[in-house]
Design a protein around this ligand. Structure first.
Ligand code: NAD
Length: 309
């Protein structure tokens, strides 16, 4: 048996897995176009000029183009009122899906509103106005509600949580009956990922900023999903030998040795964790690429519901 110092966790290559999924999606889109003359479309709404949001949206648009999903840009000014934004969302909800693109009809299957929205706009209000059938981000309260209920299925699962589960499946990590600990309870990651794990028959504990004795709870986990946004908070000694570790955390920390002056780290101390975990996702290159791949997958699934009846 390898001693602890020799042990090296399997690094889960999220970039590669996401690329495989994107190829699968591209193939399905090609088949839809060939068989039905229809392709999926995604409306990408961005409000204002935040650099980070612009760059995320750019990435999503490029990823759509790569797999043959037609994206529609809706770039709105920072000063737009909440009522105006809601009415734009209603327009997209009612969109009759008749854009013709390279001889295919584009089915507007999804609406994505890039967050955060400017402070004067209530995000919750805007997100809950997106038609359930086009809620490819899966943030609509009804979709989340269904995720929480036994024997109910949401139309869409939120992208980052869905990406975490997909990483586990594709890495051969079984979930049923396992002890899973989710660190973080946000509406977009921690809470929905804990619900997905529960649906997959794990025994789930959620650790959050008010939890006592986080370390010993985390140490019991066969599966750790870290989504606290706290750089390298989870130490190697907090991890059960052989555990599967999915690190959602994406934190910029100062690094004068880099040109940019910073580098990205996860919520898990990667180097320490590698000596004890069974498998682990890196940051970057783990969960991040999966989030975009799952957005494409949701858009494809939404379009299939309309096209293949
Ligand atoms: P958030 O700030 O909304 O929520 C953080 C959660 O962690 C809260 O529920 C809080 O209770 C908990 N928490 C905070 N400090 C804690 C501590 N010391 N111990 C235990 N729990 C603690 O953040 P979020 O939007 O859920 O994102 C979490 C992290 O995941 C961030 O680093 C974010 O950048 C990253 N993220 C990555 C992706 C991706 O695609 N890779 C997507 C979304 C979020």
């Amino acid at each position: 048996m390898a001693s602890q110092s020799e042990h090296k966790a399997t690094v889960i290559d999220g970039k590669l897995i996401a690329q495989t999924i994107r190829s699968e999606i591209a193939e399905e889109v090609r088949q839809l176009s060939e068989k039905y003359g229809k392709v999926p479309g995604l409306a990408v709404v961005i409000v204002g000029n935040r650099k980070d949001s612009q760059s995320y949206v750019g990435m999503k648009r490029k990823a759509c183009a790569e797999v043959g999903i037609q994206s529609f840009d809706m770039d709105l000014p920072e000063q737009i009122s909440e009522a105006e934004l809601v009415s734009k969302v209603h327009e997209l909800n009612a969109n009759p899906d008749v854009h013709v693109f390279e001889q295919s009809i584009v089915i507007l299957a999804g609406i994505l509103v890039q967050l955060p929205l400017p402070k004067h706009i209530n995000e919750e209000k805007v997100l809950s106005e997106i038609s359930l059938a086009k809620d490819v981000d899966g943030f609509h309260p009804l979709n989340i509600g269904k995720l929480a209920m036994k024997d109910r299925e949401p139309l869409f699962q939120p992208c980052t949580p869905k990406g975490c589960l997909e990483l586990l499946h594709r890495s051969g990590v079984s979930i049923k009956g396992k002890r899973a600990v989710v660190v973080g309870r946000s509406n977009i990651v921690g809470l929905p990922v804990s619900l997905l794990l529960l649906k997959a028959d794990a025994t789930v504990t959620v650790v959050h900023s008010r939890s006592n004795d986080q370390e010993s709870i985390i140490r019991e986990a066969d599966i750790i999903i870290a989504a606290a946004g706290q750089p390298m908070m989870i130490k190697g000694s907090w991890i059960k030998p052989g555990a599967a570790v999915i690190d959602v955390g994406t934190n910029a920390v100062d690094d004068p040795s880099r040109k940019t002056g910073y580098r990205l780290v996860g919520d898990v101390d990667f180097n320490e964790a590698c000596k004890i975990a069974g498998c682990i996702t890196p940051v970057p290159g783990g969960v991040g690429p999966m989030t975009v791949a799952m957005l494409l997958k949701n858009t494809l699934e939404g379009a299939k519901r309309v096209i293949v009846q």
